[in-house]
Design a protein around this ligand. Structure first.
Ligand code: C2E
Ligand code: MG
Ligand code: MG
Length: 732
């Protein structure tokens, strides 16, 4: 069995069986010696000894020897094979690892790229948005999808966009308002550095829009004629200045300066709003000229002459020099007028003015005081022996020159004049008395037959006696109730409706009929009688007003003329308000008319007074506008609501382009200043239509009849309420 086993197992080189008795059987070559049970490794052989068991009894042991060479060769083969296999599997793993890593890396890269792409896209959007903001394009709001930092940034951007859009919209709005304005607007910082200007400023001054930025506001001022604007205290009240254009031209402007807090942190800007008043200045100049110069003879009128005499006397007083006044009146001028017509009368007056100017020494002043009355001032001529002789020579020379016949429309006209002479300071210390005394001398010359001159003597004061008589008569008249008030309706030029009336006082003398105020108001003004008359008129107006109110509800606004003396009264306001109160008349129903000259007499006090009157609710009007000496900017400080254009400008408004310009200018000025404008003295339809075209607001005048009694005014109001009034057609 051992031998058989030997042949079946390759590599088995020897077998040995030993029984429990120690008998041995062997086959092949099993090495000699005793070997422990189990496996024993020799150099060339592997020995294996195991027990042989039968019926649970060890019966011996079997040992086998295996040749290791083949086994080792096999093992080597196997190891080699294993190695190859291992290498192969490692390469595959490496391949896998490399590929996997690359794949993972690629995947990560892609994810990162995607993330980065998304972020840059959002950043680019933000950048583009910022870029658009710069060009004031606000497009759509950015989408805010996530709450990350970019999301927050986008939200901030959107917020900014909304704010910017509103500011830019309001800025654009302000810009379009600014460039649409006719007023030149200049904005400067606190130091007076120009920040911006509007289109009207570029038109006014000739600079381009950016050209003035950064320069001082005083750069646009004609510094020789105008005070600094930078140091101007901003009051919001209109003031005047002279601007200088880029081309050196002086431009008078009316401007207001106000301050604004520009950024909410206390930095303020100044806003200058200026209007070119060249036209207004020109018109004002023309108004003043016409107000002072007699239109027919082109020499000073009464007002201007008195003004010049006032100045002459002041100068003479300072130099301790005399002054001589001639009062000249044409003899029988009425006859010339009646015989040859008004045109001849006008020519006569022009001739007188001409002749006086050529015959008088240089620097003499000539004026036309009234109809055919002229006066002359000669400086330095006094009542000393020489002076008296010179005066006589000059007076005679004038009379001779005036007596030269002249031709009017082919008719030879003979004219003479009379003359009264008075000296300052010998005959009178002031304008009023000097004129009055020269007039008294003239009166005496007239009485001696005319074509002569007379020096004033105190005995000539009979004329003043006569005046005194009139004064006391006037006082009596007042006490006897001979005064009455008439009303001249004022009409709305657009609708033809009666808008109110002006109260005009009259004196009804039993033997002389109605005397007009121009004949007795100046008398009354010489005494305190004017105050009593004024208060009486106001009282009467209130009384009439109550009567009208009972029938028509709202009788319109009634205006009452005020005299300077009344305004000067210390308790003026309380007297006025007590009269209104006693009749329970609302002050808003009344308007007080004050002349320009009265206003300017003591402007500071008058402003305060008028503010108080205005506070009571009374309306205030400037009467006879254009005949005073003030400038409109001076008048702006008074709380005036109505401007009454003097009738001297209305008279020739249709025929004289100059007067038309003046009236037009006053109407425009009134509108700019938010005032009602009333044209006085409208006598014909031509004037009415013309004033309508100019956009004047109200008219009054003889076109609608004479000033009327209170009863007739009420009838007019009732007729209007019933629609049976007749004057409306005039306004159509
Ligand atoms: P005024 O206030 O300018 O009054 C307007 C004058 O123009 C009034 O003269 C009026 O009758 C007159 N008038 C009105 N329409 C025309 C017209 O179409 N053509 C012409 N040529 N004249 C017209 P009146 O009534 O002679 O008054 C003269 C001035 O006397 C008034 O001028 C006013 O200054 C003053 N006056 C009148 N009543 C009073 C008064 O109660 N108190 C005071 N202080 N002054 C008064
Ligand atoms: Mg008046
Ligand atoms: Mg008037």
């Amino acid at each position: 069995a051992l031998i058989q086993s030997m042949s079946t197992l390759p590599g088995l080189i020897g077998l040995r069986y030993t029984n429990s008795a120690g008998d041995e059987w062997s086959s092949g070559s099993y090495p000699q010696g005793e070997y422990t049970r189990g496996t024993t490794w020799l150099d060339e052989q592997l020995l294996m000894t195991y027990p042989v068991i039968r019926e649970e009894q060890e019966i011996g042991q079997l040992s086998g020897a295996f040749a290791l060479a083949a086994f080792r060769a096999d093992l080597a083969d196997f190891t080699e094979e294993l190695q190859t296999k291992e290498n192969e599997s490692r390469r595959v793993s490496y391949l896998w690892i490399g590929g996997g890593t690359i794949a993972v890396l690629l995947l990560c890269g892609a994810v990162i790229w995607l993330l980065v792409f998304e972020q840059t896209k959002r950043i680019r959007q933000l950048k583009a948005q910022a870029e658009r903001f710069r060009n004031a394009d606000f497009g759509e709001a950015l989408p805010v999808r996530r709450g990350d930092e970019l999301g927050e940034l986008a939200a901030v951007f959107n917020d900014m966009r909304d704010k910017l859009r509103t500011t830019t919209h309001s800025r654009d709005y302000v810009d379009s308002i600014l460039s649409g304005m006719n007023e030149a607007i200049i904005v400067s910082d606190e130091e007076g550095k120009i920040l911006r200007i509007n289109t009207a400023t570029t038109h006014l001054l000739g600079y381009e829009e950016g050209e003035l930025e950064g320069t001082s506001i005083d750069f646009v001022i004609d510094t020789k004629k105008s005070p600094s604007l930078a140091s101007d205290s901003p009051s919001g009240l209109p003031r005047e200045a002279i601007f200088q254009s880029k081309y050196g031209e002086s431009i008078p402007v009316s401007y207001t300066c106000s301050i604004i807090d520009s950024d909410g942190v206390g930095t303020s800007s100044r806003i200058y709003a200026a209007q070119n008043i060249t036209e207004r200045r020109r018109a004002e100049k023309r108004i003043r000229y016409l107000a002072r110069i007699d239109a027919l003879t082109k020499i000073p009128n009464r007002m201007q002459f008195q003004h010049l005499l006032q100045r002459g006397i002041a100068r003479a007083r300072r130099a301790s020099q005399p002054l001589c006044l001639f009062y000249i009146d044409i003899d029988h001028f009425k006859e010339i007028n009646d015989t040859f017509g008004h045109l001849a009368g006008d020519t006569t007056l022009e001739t007188v003015a001409d002749r006086l100017s050529t015959a008088l020494p240089d620097h003499s002043v000539i004026g036309r005081l009234a109809g055919d009355e002229f006066a002359v001032i000669i400086h330095g001529l006094g009542p000393d022996k020489d002076g008296l002789q010179q005066t006589s020579l000059l007076a005679q020379k004038l009379l001779n020159r005036l007596a030269d016949p002249f031709f009017v429309q082919g008719h030879e006209v003979f004219m003479t004049a009379s003359m009264g002479v008075a000296y300052y300071p010998k005959d009178a210390p002031n304008v009023i008395d000097l004129i009055r005394n020269a007039d008294a001398a003239l009166y005496s010359a007239k009485k001696s037959g005319g074509n002569v001159f007379a020096f004033y003597t105190p005995a000539m004061n009979e004329a003043s006696v006569e005046r005194l008589m009139t004064k006391s008569r006037l006082k009596r008249a007042f006490e006897r109730d001979e005064l009455l008030v008439h009303y001249q309706p004022k009409y709305n030029l657009e609708t033809g409706e009666v808008f109110g009336a002006e109260a005009l006082v009259r004196w009804e003398l039993p033997d002389r009929g109605l005397i007009l105020p121009s004949d007795f108001i100046p008398l009354a003004e010489e005494t305190s009688l004017i105050i009593e008359i004024g208060e009486w008129v106001l009282d009467k107006v209130c009384e009439d007003f109550r009567v009208w109110q009972r029938s028509v509800g709202s009788p319109g606004r009634v205006s009452v003329n005020l005299s300077l003396k009344q305004l000067r009264q210390l308790n003026f306001i309380s007297r006025i308000s007590s009269i209104l109160r006693s009749h329970e008349i609302s002050p808003t129903s009344l308007e007080l008319e004050i002349t320009e000259t009265t206003l300017m007499e003591n402007p500071e006090r008058t402003i305060k007074l008028l503010d108080q009157l205005y506070g009571l609710g009374l309306h205030l009007a400037i009467d006879d506008f254009g005949t005073g000496y003030s400038s409109l900017s001076a008048l702006q400080q008074f709380p005036i609501s109505t401007l009454k254009i003097d009738k001297s400008f209305v008279r020739h408004v249709v025929t004289s382009p100059d007067d038309a310009t003046i009236v037009d200018t006053i109407v425009q000025m009134g509108r700019n200043l938010n005032m009602d404008v009333v044209a006085e003295g409208v006598e014909d339809e031509g004037q009415l239509n013309f004033l309508q075209k100019l956009g004047c607001t109200y008219v009054q005048g003889l076109l609608f009849g004479d000033p009327m009694s209170a009863d007739n005014y009420l009838e007019l109001l009732l007729a209007q309420a019933e629609g049976t009034d007749t004057h409306r057609a005039l306004f159509a």
